[in-house]
Design a protein around this ligand. Sequence first.
Ligand SMILES: [Zn+2]
Length: 302
Amino acid sequence: MIIRRRSFLKAASCLPLSVALPSIAYTKIDFGKTNITTVSDGSITLPAGLTFDTMPKAELELIINELSLSREQLVRECNVTLLETENRKILFDVGAGVYFLDGMGAIVDSLDERGLAPEDITDVIFTHAHPDHIWGVLDDFDDLLFPNATYHIGRTEWDYWWNPETVNRVDESRVETAVGAKTRFEALQDQIEFFDDGDEPIPGVLALMTPGHTPGHMSFEIANGSQSALIVGDAINDHHVAFKRPNWLNGLDQNPEEAAQTRQKLLNRISNEDMLIVGFHLPKGGIGRVAQSGTEYSFVSI
Ligand SMILES: [Zn+2]
């Protein structure tokens, strides 16, 4: 996410009332000895132009009509992945908490519906440091929400947001994102462990550098026998244009050209290898498969 709260509220004031998504607290699949569940942090509503303005208009119109998308605002689910192994409960990202936009910050309630408390989480692995993925790591008292967890993040992502020059180098719409990430990093710095592309931050969880949405965005591959799943974070961050035209540039990505290459590569691999895809902003809980037809892909939820 890149937009600042104030500028979002200004843009949103021209929009119709938010569309509430049906509340699904969690979606679960059995995955051998482990379970993969997505736990809802709520949903995020953004002006559609943030995604659409960089795209070819006439062709976009056809997709908007075909999939009945709004031209004013796009509502995306926020699905935090929970991986349960024999002795660990691992979250991938933590959601936005109460400091960002309305409609988010549901993670504790959703975990509760799943029978879990924040104290039960053993590890948190971040895909990237945008507000809807990391701001929720601080609770209402600015303490770490998951007190017993070890936190893990890709070194490139950490170095980028930790650099004091980043806040001066990003464009104005991303200043609040940079400040918010740095604040969270300062709270995390004594409990954070770093990993790089190809590492396993936790045994059985393979980190893959998937840059473009942010400079150090990471995805995670989990394999079990012949089954495998890819947790893609925001490398594929909607179920419509990202799938139908993965090579189009998307204004939500910090480096749109690099993000488009990453997206294309991921979709190609996920469909070819018939992997499960687990996406933070994909619909119906965010777990599914990728179907390919010519140069187009589609998301098939489970
Ligand atoms: Zn996001």
